[in-house]
Ligand binder design. Sequence first.
Ligand code: TEU
Ligand code: CA
Length: 567
Amino acid sequence: TEQVKWWKELVVYQVYPRSYKDSNGDGVGDIGGLIQSLDYIQSLGVDAIWLSPVYPSPNEDNGYDISDYCDIQPEFGTMQQWETFLAESHRRGLKVVMDIVVNHTSDQHNWFKEARKSKDNPYHDYYIWRTAEEGKLPNNWQSFFSGTVWQYNEATSEYYLHLFAKGQPDLNWENPKVREEVKKVIEFWAKKGVDGFRLDVINVISKTPGLPDASIKNPSDMFHWAGEHFFNGPKFIEWMTDVRKNVFDRYKVFTVGETPGVTPAHGKQYTHSVDGVVNMIFQFELVGIDQKPDGSKFDHVPAKLEDVKRVTNKWQLEIGRDGWNSNYLENHDQPRSVSRYGRDVGEERILSAKMLAAWYLFLKGTPYIYQGQEIGMTNVVFPSIKDYNDVETLNYYKEAREMGREEGDLMYGIRNKSRDNARTPMQWNASNHAGFTSGESSWLSVNPNYTEINVASAESDSNSILHFYRKILTLRKENKVAIYGDYNIIAEEHPQVFAYTRTSEEKQLLVCANFSDREAAVEFGEGQNLYGGAEKVLLDNYSHASPSQIRKGLKMKPYQVVVAIYD
Ligand code: TEU
Ligand code: CA
């Protein structure tokens, strides 16, 4: 049976501090505002807070470009305030997960400032340099943020590699000194009592030796293209085993690796209970189903339930007993799930957000809830590209316009997929700027729908998405079958309904979610190994009397979700 582990039982809440709560009126979220919000976070029933980076950064990528790993970004507050945040979280029984971004630093980091001075500078080999013939680039790789991965450095007449923004030079993990520095950084935070680490884009640290050209299959889609030479590279396991053995294993911490470009086989290997390197990973297959096959994520097409089923089912089944999944619908890089997989207007926003919540929170694996997801925050419709902040979005727009792409077509993709959809300020109440800041403005405009979608109105509405999340998290805590039970899909072919069971020796959960805006009749034929025994409906997003005898099948209303338990 499944090994019992504390981090398998966690529900993690992600905070993007810049957008969460501003406590000093400068329009930028900060640690003071986060401390003020801890009672609210605790009230959700979550067990841990994953904090996006709060270290000093020039904010080319809003903190994922770090210029000092062992200090706090002044606009967020001080180290003293961070220590208070940690103590106040622990006092409330909340664990703290820090974001470790060590595939690259900021170009403002001292290491890089030194490295770029000269070829024989002791820090030069902390990064990846290449010379190239006049007018040629060292290779044909494209950055995740558009354009070449090579940036010229006058002082040494070389190019440096950056898989992300120009200001995010990749660290050279082949250099043992870099690996030592990384272990020191993680240990600095582990010693402070941090309970977990989220490892940013960790499976790109090992590149194919020689950095050869990529065979261009699909030039516009970075993920499925040049990744052949940096996703899951040859030394990844060796280097991360060293970090795990010499740091993670020596502290009571858990780890989640952010790993784009992985298959379930990688997932199983990386999270293996004996010789894995992290406890769980974020996979990107489910967030890759709604784009044109020969396009990038901005070439948006609506997600299809058959793909949600195919991908989810595969990951649930193939990670196996020795591995472990994380399950997420949103984060600071993804659009809002009710806009992406449900409907984000009117009554259907409430129904579909609740359906999505129950559907994913009862899957097997550690679930992550992103700030605002619990109140059904939606994508934002900004009038113009000038309203956007995200470097990925702005670089994409610029490059696509230069290539002659049509404005309307681009804005459709950006409105559906820009990371800024997740970064508009948290909507606390219906007062000015949604109660996010007492200042005149915020660094990114508040979604105008904050007047109806906000925490305060959700708290006072017993039928709100917020209360539904709280109920689900309570049910997860009360029913261990939701953590450790085996997953099986049922009625797999149904075109509107995703139904699955979670089964342990003594209990069975049945989760039945209608992903469509139409009524759906679903039958659970024989041989679905459905338990007999007493049936108890635990959850239903339609308030009237729930159906009974669900095990045989049921007639579902649009976006209805029903959860029953059998023992
Ligand atoms: O994201 C890595 C990553 O793959 C995403 O940027 C993804 O490419 C895109 O955003 C969605 O298609 C991590 C961080 O989560 C992201 O915020 C950083 O921008 C990036 O690494 C670089 O640190
Ligand atoms: Ca502030």
